[in-house]
Ligand binder design. Structure first.
Ligand code: PEP
Ligand code: MG
Length: 325
């Protein structure tokens, strides 16, 4: 099996009946990019940009950020890189950003909420990302979007950043793709309207599970409830993928669920284009995709949505697809 995964890791992930699934990596900096490539990543589906802001006394400058984004993108080139704007909040207090610790950080001032209240931080980051698009295939995505107002406001700041660069004669890719994380249940409920605002969705199953199940993913007393195999979570994933497909935009999964072979038949069956994961999982997931047919995967996905519990879902997939994953 290990030999099979090593071989699979360097090949594209294609189902038995010819559907290509993009297998990309979640990374948190340049060292991870090297590991991602060694593990067979076809690009990066999630660069967590938080690393740029830790262990310092002030925000990284535009120049510093351009340098980091270009260094990562050039290592990956010509493979694509999705940069997620800063997703920070009261669970990781940062004094220079006025982030105080909060009693309920996961329901608090984090992600896009913080960024829209700190437009200079967001605009600087967006200018840096745009500048890096001049030479590299980079896309941007916004975290924690809960409503249309937020994605529209974020895009307005992006438009301002573009206008500034344009006026200054600084080159950038004017058609950079813009996406959003779907990780708040409200965004799932509004997915067909949100899909009209962006070029792609990336489903964050870590946060989506904790918010759908109302259980803090860091609290050991309740964290097991935040299980992405819960039919309630899977139904929300289905709803999101359907909205994306209807709108004709791309859709991927970048939460932990994407790295679990037991979830591969479900996610492929529901219709994802892309799975983004921690690099060591890439070989196993590519191998799992290669053993599936779309028809089998669709039947499994349809069936698990009707089950009663996460345990039943796991058992069902193991029994149906055990030989496949
Ligand atoms: C997620 O929420 O699933 C996700 C990928 O983002 P993070 O784990 O960085 O919150
Ligand atoms: Mg998240």
């Amino acid at each position: 099996i290990q030999q099979e995964q090593r071989t699979a890791a360097q090949q594209p992930a294609v189902t038995q009946d010819g559907r290509l699934i993009q297998i990309v990596a979640n990374i948190g900096g340049i060292a991870d990019a090297r590991v991602a490539l060694a593990n067979g990543a076809e690009g990066v589906g999630l660069l967590r940009s938080e690393f740029l802001y830790f262990d310092r006394e002030s925000s990284p400058t535009e120049e510093e950020q351009v340098e980091q984004y270009e260094a990562i993108a050039s290592m990956l080139s010509p493979r694509p890189l999705i940069i997620r704007t800063l997703d920070i909040g009261g669970d990781k207090p940062l004094s220079y950003l006025n982030l105080a610790s909060e009693p309920n950080p996961f329901l608090g001032w984090r992600g896009i909420r913080f960024l829209l209240d700190s437009p200079d931080v967001l605009k600087t980051q967006l200018r840096a990302i745009l500048r890096a698009t001049h030479h590299y295939p980079i896309k941007v995505m916004f975290p924690m979007i809960a409503c249309l107002r937020e994605i529209r406001a974020a895009k307005e700041i992006l438009a301002t950043a573009q206008a500034e660069l344009y006026r200054a004669g600084i080159p950038f890719n004017e058609s950079m793709e813009v996406g959003m994380m779907v990780e708040v249940p409200a965004a799932v409920a509004m997915a067909e309207k949100l899909a009209a605002e962006v070029d792609f969705f990336s489903i964050g199953t870590n946060d989506l599970s904790q918010y759908v199940m109302a259980s803090d993913r860091t609290n050991p007393k309740v964290a097991t409830l935040a299980d992405a195999f819960e039919p309630a979570v899977l139904r929300m994933i289905q709803q999101t993928i359907q909205a994306a497909r209807q709108a004709g935009i791309g859709v991927g999964v970048c939460g932990e669920l994407a790295s679990l072979p037991l979830a591969t038949p479900i996610l492929v069956g529901l219709g994802v284009d892309e799975l983004s994961m921690n690099p060591p999982s890439i070989g196993a997931i590519k191998a799992a995709v290669g053993r599936l047919s779309i028809e089998e995967a669709q039947a499994i996905a349809r069936d698990v949505l009707q089950l009663d519990s996460s345990e039943a879902v796991r058992e069902y997939v193991a029994q149906k697809a055990g030989r496949l994953i």
